[in-house]
Ligand binder design. Structure first.
Ligand code: FE2
Length: 424
């Protein structure tokens, strides 16, 4: 007797299979005749491994309008606004907002999140809060914390010391922000310093790198070099990398092989950077996105990150990684059928690789986490931002939703009216 069988779902590769779960593991797949305590009929629905968000700021989430809105819409006003908010937000405020967000995420099938935690203030209340959130959601969401010196590693007297303090407190990943240091040289030095720290402590590193329209912001070059030097490989990530959008093509032709050689991964954040970047341009206005297809063509793992939901930098968002992939698909012009399918893999498999998740997938032996979507294929899920009909996390059904009749007119998922009429 299994605990749960998800029956006859269509997997992302197009095959149809039952998935049997006992405890927190997938114990059988294929055609399963055995009984189960609970059965989810996924006939005609897409069954995928859970969504993964490798780039988020949970200490700031759901704070939109506190203490005021970002009037200019720029990254820099967002940073200064957050500087005010983090001094008045209590640990309880941050825990409560983050837990609400985790509820949203879980109901959207988003079951693993890497969140950057600002380590700038000496009180480290954000770190304290996020460690508590990580503990509270551990049963249904895998939360990875990054020690993020928002105001620079060297720009504040205790910037570097606070990153180390946060790591000592149990934060998982080393963070950085080289383009925000005072000089190019100090930015490059921060990359050498932080990669050394990651290597010495055996930790992952994920840097907000070159989040600017300045084509001369080339810290990704130093990052890649240091990742290679220390053999960090897939444990290292460059987030944003927006300056690559504006770089000279000849320089990029040298840069891409260096990034590929290092084995590091990349996380563009399309919802945020399409709104934040290009704000100093008149027309033509640059797109705020790095070179996604070009990196993938070089074998570099690229995932889509969400970055922000209702905070000083971004006023919208619903914890839906299909929204993120949908925007990324458009901005990066990934419209070929294979590229659209890739966009779905980016918010599932590729993001899981970036975070180094163990037992991720739908094979026997994998962790029993999955999402049932009201769509027939990954591309259709993107097109419809499909309803999450069921979410299973570590063997437990944590969310169920009815099929949404409002979508009945959408081609590709017909049959709701006919099904209902036939039932009468
Ligand atoms: Fe970020």
């Amino acid at each position: 007797m299994f605990d749960l069988i998800v029956k006859a779902g269509t997997l992302p590769d197009g095959s149809i299979a039952d998935i049997a779960i006992t405890g927190d593991r997938i114990v059988a797949t294929g055609r399963i005749d055995g009984a189960a305590k609970e059965v989810i009929d996924a006939t005609g629905d897409l069954v995928a491994p859970p969504f993964v968000d490798p780039h988020f700021h949970m200490d700031a989430t759901l704070s939109y309008g506190l203490p005021r809105v970002n009037a200019s819409g720029t990254l820099l006003e967002g940073i200064s606004l957050w500087g005010e908010l983090r001094e008045i937000a209590t640990v309880d405020d941050m825990v409560s907002r983050a837990l609400t967000y985790c509820d949203w995420a879980a109901s959207m099938g988003l079951l693993a999140i890497r969140t950057h935690v600002d380590t700038t203030p000496d009180h480290l209340r954000g770190v304290e809060a996020m460690l508590e959130v990580k503990r509270q959601v551990a049963g249904y969401i895998d939360l990875q914390l990054v020690a993020f010196p928002q105001d620079g590693l060297y720009r504040t007297p205790t910037g570097r010391a606070n990153v180390l303090r946060a790591l000592d407190m149990g934060v998982d990943v080393v963070g950085g922000i080289p383009h925000f240091e005072r000089t190019m040289e100090e930015g490059a030095e921060s990359m050498r310093d932080l990669c050394r720290i990651a290597a010495e402590r055996g930790l992952r590193i994920d840097v907000h790198c070159d989040e600017t329209d300045d084509p001369m912001s080339r810290h990704v070059e130093t990052l890649a070099r240091e990742v290679t030097r220390h053999g960090l490989g897939v444990r290292a990530t460059g987030s944003h990398l927006t300056s690559m959008h504006s770089m000279d093509n000849y320089y990029v032709s040298k840069l891409l092989p260096l990034i590929a050689e290092s084995g590091m991964t990349a996380i563009p954040n399309p919802l945020i950077n399409i709104t934040l970047q290009g704000r100093h341009d008149s027309y033509p206005k640059r797109r705020g996105l790095t070179r996604v297809k070009e990196m993938q063509a070089h074998g570099i793992t690229v995932g889509w990150g969400q970055d922000c939901v209702m905070d000083p930098w971004y006023s919208l968002g619903t914890a839906d990684m299909l929204d993120v992939a949908f925007m990324g698909l458009h901005v990066a012009q990934m419209t070929h059928p294979e590229e659209m399918a890739r966009c779905f893999r980016m918010v599932t498999e590729d993001n899981a690789r970036i975070m180094g998740l163990e037992g991720y997938g739908l094979k026997t032996g994998d962790v029993a986490s999955l999402v049932v979507l009201d769509a027939g294929t990954p591309t259709e899920a993107l097109r419809l931002r499909a309803e999450r009909l069921a979410v299973v996390s570590k063997g437990k059904v944590i969310s169920r939703r009815e099929r949404n009749d409002a979508r009945l007119g959408l081609p590709g998922r017909p049959g709701t009216v006919r099904r209902r009429l036939a039932a009468h």
